[in-house]
Design a protein around this ligand. Structure first.
Ligand code: ZN
Length: 234
């Protein structure tokens, strides 16, 4: 699904690029993407970033996965192609993103927002309950779970310091609860792959991760299975 989406988005934008003779430039960081999305750039800057997004599948991917789909409308691509892309991204987003926004305090973790369920002791608290009851302060660790088709991803976040955390990822078969060991887990920041491991010991640990916006991807040899968007603030 994700691969098809990637291919399709690339195809549409390649075509657009050919039709519009846009040249490539430097990659766009998330701050600039946010300003672009919020309409805070000058007209020249806006056109410059737009031109880049339409020619760079990495930046486009980051844009499409970090900002609401309506953002694509700002790019002014043909409507028919747009609707196909939008529908693809919408179904993609709904099913295969785990979003976690956290704040690190001294020895307390605050879950600012998540669409995943939260494990508190032995109790599983669904995301809507977490939000409606305003349960957000945890001790020095928190475990967030989300199911993607037939896999269950468990993300444990350990607060090591007020600016550093450990991230432990376990992927299980949803039905049998058996730990899956043949999957690859990759930590990405601003489109850059930082670390990538096979889950062959049962879990993947990223240590001493600093504050920031990350994407964690879980993939098999054939396809990307799940994406986790993680934003950690102080
Ligand atoms: Zn780029």
């Amino acid at each position: 699904m994700q691969d098809n989406l990637d291919k399709f988005v690339k195809h549409v934008y390649k075509k657009w690029k050919q039709d519009n003779h846009v040249s490539e430039g430097e990659h766009v960081n998330e701050e600039v993407l946010a300003s672009f999305y919020d309409g805070l750039l000058s007209k020249d800057e806006f056109e410059h970033i737009k031109a880049h997004l339409l020619t760079c599948s990495d930046c486009m991917d980051s844009f499409a996965s970090n900002f609401p789909v309506v953002a694509l409308e700002k790019l002014n691509v043909p409507e028919v192609s747009m609707n196909v892309v939008k529908n693809l991204i919408l179904s993609e987003k709904k099913d295969s993103f785990l979003e976690i926004i956290l704040r690190l305090k001294e020895k307390i973790l605050e879950v600012v927002n998540t669409n995943g369920d939260c494990l508190v002791g032995l109790e599983l608290i669904p995301a809507p309950v977490l939000r409606s009851r305003q349960i957000k302060d945890f001790k020095d660790e928190v475990v967030i779970l989300k199911d993607f088709d037939d896999i269950r991803v468990e993300v444990k976040i350990e607060n090591k310091d007020k600016n550093v955390f450990n991230l432990i990822i376990v992927v299980k078969n949803k039905k049998t609860q058996q730990v899956l060991k043949d999957l690859r887990v990759t930590l990405i920041r601003e489109g850059l792959e930082l670390e990538s491991y096979l889950a062959n010991s049962g879990s993947v640990v990223f240590e001493h991760v600093s504050l920031g916006v990350y994407k964690v991807e879980i993939s098999s040899v054939e396809a990307r299975l799940a994406s986790i968007l993680l934003e950690v603030k102080a």
